[in-house]
Design a protein around this ligand. Structure first.
Ligand code: SAH
Ligand code: SF4
Ligand code: F3S
Length: 470
């Protein structure tokens, strides 16, 4: 899970009724929010809303927010300031504009949002999205609605599923949340407070949703969870299933060519999951496995509950099972008490693992988390210097990985039209964008290409075999 996505939900080809209302959803934060935004769009569709990409024509603007770092939360308040002016201008024209705040800022701040941003009509936390249409009705009747309980009912049982046409319009790859919440309580992190404790969706629900997605043309599914490999559920014949078992079962769905999952915690990588990487052709050889820091002292202060050595040995086992696996990670620099020596340990672990891709952040103290109350906060300029050095190293590794792909013959899944009309953008097993000459009618196919070059964010290739679907 990575807080690096900010996008609006694309408008979909839905039959538009003449008086249907329009919703603009802006998504901040991680992939789980991206998934939730599509589920909210589906819930609103059954209430007569169609999605729009044009904020100016929206009757409802929904911000699906992230609270992970201070800057992420600040962005929401500045967006709300701009929306207040828009709402005032609309009111002068006699037109309705409703404003909703969903996601992790909604859960963390609740009522406080309405106090700070009175233009907001609805504040709704991630556990209660199935109550969104009802919350809007109450808001329209004049209430200020704050829904931040941890609902007793299973929201997924109550959220409507998308129609096949809509799934088709959303493309050939899809997210599917299988697990929510976190019990790990890393001392820097707000997620256990905003998303609650770990909950796993039952197997039947997941398999049904995956089959629906595949029937709608989806070829690749990424299973999501704040701690996706902590997923556990009762197996069909009793006994407990873990994520490895679930992957074996999903890999049997005809037409589902590729599987991924994110984000994993090193402590929950069990043998079955590692075996799945060895056995399943559909399971892509790419693993996002954050370590955060390389110093055991800092790992302990972060409550990660493993050492640097344990992380490295775990990667050895994963690489032994799947030698071509590409590693990805997250790092925090400048956690309270981090010395130059501790930071050198982070550099060392990065050198040892050799990441294909990674995200790195300056530590951001979050009120209410134990880290915020620790002594010896690292000065901002030291954090900035460390981040710069770490990012230079990670970028170097990423570029070297891309270069090492040149000359290789690989399978890519054709995902979307490219910039040039004869080009299509595909995805490599290692999550890189790959440009290739192909027809848009081939989108959804897996083809074989030879990589002939690498740019800063994508690879270039020539087609070898136009169809090798499996
Ligand atoms: N569940 C995942 C990721 C959670 S949040 C895991 O355990 O790895 C995504 C990333 O944001 C984290 O991996 C961490 O690197 C970063 N992050 C979380 N809290 C942060 C904070 N207070 N300051 C800076 N980065 C933070
Ligand atoms: Fe946050 Fe740690 Fe949970 Fe990841 S494992 S969501 S970093 S508390
Ligand atoms: Fe952000 Fe919440 Fe995801 S805090 S990273 S949107 S779980």
């Amino acid at each position: 899970m990575n807080e690096h996505v900010t996008l609006s939900t694309p408008a979909e080809q839905t039959v538009e009724r003449p008086n249907s209302r329009k919703v603009f959803i802006k998504t901040y934060g991680c992939q789980m929010n991206v998934y939730d935004s599509t589920r909210m769009a589906d819930a609103l569709a059954s209430d007569g809303y169609v999605t729009t990409e044009d904020m100016a024509e929206a009757d409802l603007i929904l911000l699906n927010t992230c609270h992970i770092r201070e800057k992420a939360a600040d962005k929401v308040y500045s967006a709300l300031g701009r929306l207040r002016d828009m709402k005032t201008a609309r009111a002068a024209e006699g037109r309705e504009l409703m404003i909703g705040v969903a996601g992790c800022v909604a859960q963390a701040e609740g009522e406080e949002i309405i106090r700070r941003a009175p233009a907001v009509d609805v504040v709704i936390g991630p556990q209660t999205y199935h109550r969104l249409p009802e919350a809007l009705r109450r808001a329209r009747a004049g209430d200020r609605v704050v829904e931040t309980d941890y609902a007793v009912e299973d929201k997924f049982e109550h959220l409507p599923v998308a129609e096949q046409a809509k799934i088709r319009a959303r493309g050939v790859t899809s997210f599917l949340t299988v697990q929510e919440g976190c019990d790990k309580f890393c001392t820097f992190c707000v997620v256990p407070y905003t998303r609650g404790s770990e909950v796993s969706r039952p197997i039947r629900q997941i398999l049904d949703e995956a089959r629906r997605l595949v029937d709608g043309g989806v070829r690749e599914i990424t299973l999501l969870g704040q701690n996706v490999n902590a997923w556990r559920a009762e197996g069909p014949k009793g006994g407990e299933w873990g994520l490895g078992d679930l992957l074996y079962s999903l890999a049997e769905i005809p037409g589902l060519a590729r599987l991924r999952y994110t984000t994993s915690h090193p402590r929950d990588m069990d043998d079955k999951l590692i075996e799945a990487h060895r056995d399943l052709r559909a399971l892509m050889p790419y693993l996002h496995l954050p370590v955060q820091a390389g110093s055991d002292r800092i790992l302990k202060a972060m409550n990660r509950r493993h050492t640097a050595e344990e992380y490295l040995r775990l990667i050895d086992r994963i690489r032994a099972a799947r030698p071509d696996i590409a590693m990805s990670g997250d790092f925090i620099v400048g956690f309270p008490g981090e010395t130059d020596r501790d930071f050198e340990d982070t550099i060392r672990i990065v050198e040892e693992v050799n990441y294909a891709q990674a995200f790195s952040f300056k530590y951001s103290p979050r009120p209410g988390t134990p880290g915020a109350d620790l002594p010896d906060h690292v000065p901002e300029e030291v954090k900035a210097e460390r981040l710069e050095r770490l990012q230079a190293l990670l970028l170097k590794q990423q570029a070297a990985f891309a270069k090492s792909c040149i000359g290789k013959v690989i399978d890519i899944l054709l995902e979307k039209p490219g910039r040039n009309p004869r080009q299509v953008i595909g995805r490599s097993p290692w999550l890189q964008s790959v440009n290739v000459d192909a027809k848009t009618s081939q989108i959804g196919d897996i083809i074989q290409v030879r990589i002939i070059g690498s740019g800063p964010n994508s690879l270039f290739s020539e087609p070898i075999q136009s169809l090798i679907n499996y």
